[in-house]
Structures are given as structure tokens and as C-alpha cells.
Design a binder for this molecule. Structure first.
Ligand SMILES: [Zn+2]
Ligand SMILES: [Zn+2]
Length: 152
């Protein structure tokens, strides 16, 4: 192919000179007669690699945009600099709901309005909670129970 194209060097290229050149050289320009026996099935374009912020789980198309996000987001930045980030707990719901559940488990018998420690019964949640303001022993026991639950 290169040899053939070299023949064009220095020639004035007009429509007819190109046509003549091609007609003279067409036989050497053809490709070997190979049979096509392979069917190529087009494959879908590869999904772009996503870059995920490990802190907030947002994804980004480029590494640069991920870095920009981390730089701009104070929370994600401090999470990324956290020495224990790899072992940190990933909460599945809001922290208030998580604490509420743990607190309820710490103070009551299976979610009932009954003190887990002195077995006093209460008519509503408010009275149940107030009980721990007035009973030091139940309050301390509840706190100890809560600590055990939260460190699980
Ligand atoms: Zn983030
Ligand atoms: Zn009690």
C-alpha cells in the first residue's frame, strides 16, 4: 500500500489523475479474498466506571469530579480524614430513630410500658420516661443497658 501511495508523490492531483492512478493500481489495492465466516455481534458500550464517595455514597463519572465533591463537602471531607472510617457503623435509618429504638429496648420489657428493672407499669410513654428522672437506680441500670446495646 505504501509503495503504491509513493507513486503519487510529486504528481499533480486532479480528478482524472487520481482516477487513472486508481484504475492502474486497483488490483494491487484489493485485499486478499478471505471468506467472512465470523459474525461479530455488537456489544453494548461499557458502562462508565463510577467513582463513589464512600462517605455519602453519591457516584461521579470522573475521579476529578469525585475529588471536587469531597473538597466541597465538609462532612464527606471529615469522614474521609477519619482514622476509623473503614470500621465505622453504617446506620440504616436516622440517628434519632436508632437511639429511640435502643433506648426503648434498654428501659422496657419487649416494648411494653413497664420498667425493665423494677417492673413498675406505666399508662403512657411520657410517664415511663419520667420514671427515670425520679428513680436513680432504674436510671443507672437503664444507662448501663443502653451502653451495652449501643456497643453491640
Ligand atoms: Zn460525599
Ligand atoms: Zn424502674
Amino acid at each position: 500500500m505504501e509503495d503504491i501511495l509513493k507513486k503519487l508523490q510529486g504528481k499533480q492531483l486532479t480528478k482524472s489523475s487520481i482516477f487513472n492512478f486508481l484504475s492502474e493500481n486497483i488490483s494491487s489495492l484489493t485485499f486478499p479474498n478471505t471468506e467472512v465466516n465470523e459474525i461479530i455481534i455488537p456489544t453494548p458500550l461499557q458502562q462508565p466506571i463510577e467513582f463513589r464517595c464512600d462517605a455519602c455514597m453519591k457516584t461521579f463519572v470522573t475521579e476529578v469530579s469525585l475529588k471536587q465533591h469531597i473538597d466541597k463537602s465538609t462532612a464527606c471531607k471529615s469522614w474521609n480524614n477519619h482514622p476509623q472510617k473503614d470500621t465505622m457503623v453504617k446506620l440504616s435509618k436516622g440517628i434519632h430513630l436508632v437511639i429511640d429504638d435502643l433506648l426503648n429496648e434498654a428501659i422496657s420489657n419487649n416494648g411494653t410500658l413497664e420498667c425493665k428493672f423494677c417492673k413498675c407499669k406505666f399508662s403512657n410513654k411520657g410517664n415511663h420516661h419520667k420514671h427515670y428522672n425520679s428513680s436513680a437506680v432504674c436510671n443507672n441500670m437503664a444507662y448501663d443497658e443502653f451502653k451495652k446495646l449501643i456497643s453491640k
